[in-house]
Ligand binder design. Structure first.
Ligand SMILES: [Zn+2]
Ligand SMILES: [Zn+2]
Length: 358
């Protein structure tokens, strides 16, 4: 009798376990199906109003950071899309943000430091595959951009052949592979010029100062009365102020030099002389948050969003320390960029809206 009760109990426990297991799988399957239905093949940008929208695809720097990809700002101007710099990891962030790669018109490089281009191969590949391109992606940048683009083309050639063989030329159109470099120059006497115009969107390139990296550029995008400027890497420089005059949003790089000096001192103390030297050197060609605030104030920008943060504050608690006196030097909206942030400037409006894609 006892034995029978024991067996019955075991059977009951097994049946309950099976039910839990099956039930759990059923719930997991339902959750998966819902996620697929809500996300796959849906144009998430369709919900945005007509206007200018900046996607922060990379707010970080060369320093390792799980939360921040290398520098990258993507811009949607009505139906046209552009990408400015492609730091490591940034293109996957763009994918997660639902950026409409099939509307990508061109990419723009501020300068050829590796942290600004190490995601470029991935961008070119995504523009081809996810973007369904049939002509190479135009890539604008300073002298040397052709060498960089041709190098990525060569590195991805074997992969191109695999993909065409597997998916067929109707899906992976051979002509859409790779990039078409456009080397930008500015006359010695001029600090900016328009380099792109289509429909209501224009892009201007302007000179910044990231010596000894020469030339180094920033960009300004205008669309239906709204505007965005992107600094690239620079110290405070009047040409940026002039070219960014009256913009709605200035995306500006920022380095807290006291913090970097502290990293430098610690590295030196621990016998890492080479790394300490680099930490010392990089302070000479970047802007402090106060420098960026000054540029935004003098340009009359409505909002200042700091990106390419060095070192990026790992917690909100440290943000005031990173910003230093910048909030007192700029009276407009001041934010630290985060990957996944979208800054929206609806056409015909004057407001600056912040949201998060993730
Ligand atoms: Zn740089
Ligand atoms: Zn940089």
């Amino acid at each position: 009798m006892k034995r029978r009760i024991g067996l019955g109990l075991v059977a009951l426990i097994l049946a309950a376990g099976l039910l839990v297991l099956v039930g759990r799988n059923w719930i997991a399957q339902r959750a998966f199906d819902r996620a697929v239905d809500k996300s796959v093949g849906i144009d998430r940008s369709a919900a945005l109003p007509d206007g200018l929208h900046a996607y922060v695809c990379g707010s970080g720097s060369p320093l390792p950071d799980a939360a921040r990809a290398g520098p990258c700002i993507a811009v949607l101007a009505g139906r046209q899309a552009f990408v400015f710099d492609a730091g490591s990891g940034s293109i996957r962030k763009l994918g997660r943000m639902g950026f409409p790669m099939d509307r990508l018109q061109a990419a723009f490089l501020t300068h050829l430091h590796s942290d600004h281009i190490d995601g470029l191969g991935e961008l070119m590949l995504q523009a081809w595959i996810a973007g369904g391109r049939s002509v190479p992606l135009p890539i604008y940048g300073p002298a040397g951009t052709d060498k960089v683009v041709n190098g990525f083309d060569a590195a991805y050639e074997t992969d191109r052949d695999f993909r065409i063989a597997h998916h067929g030329p109707k899906v992976t159109r051979p002509g859409g592979f790779g990039g078409a470099a456009h080397v930008l120059t500015l006359d010695p006497g001029s600090d900016d010029r328009q380099i792109y115009a289509s429909g209501d969107a224009t892009v201007r390139v302007f000179r910044v100062n990231h010596d000894p990296v020469k030339p180094a550029f920033g960009y300004r995008i205008d669309y239906k009365g709204r505007s965005i400027a992107i600094s690239g890497d620079t110290v405070y420089v009047p040409s940026l102020v002039k070219a960014s005059r009256g913009v709605d949003v200035l995306f500006h790089e920022a380095m807290n030099k006291h913090m970097v000096a502290a990293l430098q001192a610690k590295l030196a103390e621990r016998g890492r002389a080479d790394a300490a030297k680099i930490m010392g050197d990089i302070q000479s060609y970047h802007s402090s948050p106060e420098d960026a605030a000054r540029a935004a104030r003098e340009a009359g920008a409505k909002a200042l969003v700091l990106y390419h943060l060095v070192p990026a504050p790992p917690a909100r608690l440290i943000e005031p320390l990173f910003l230093g006196d910048a909030p007192n030097q700029f009276s407009g909206t001041l934010r630290l960029a985060q990957d996944g942030m979208i800054v929206s400037l609806p056409a015909g409006g004057a407001d600056v809206r912040f949201s998060r894609a993730f």
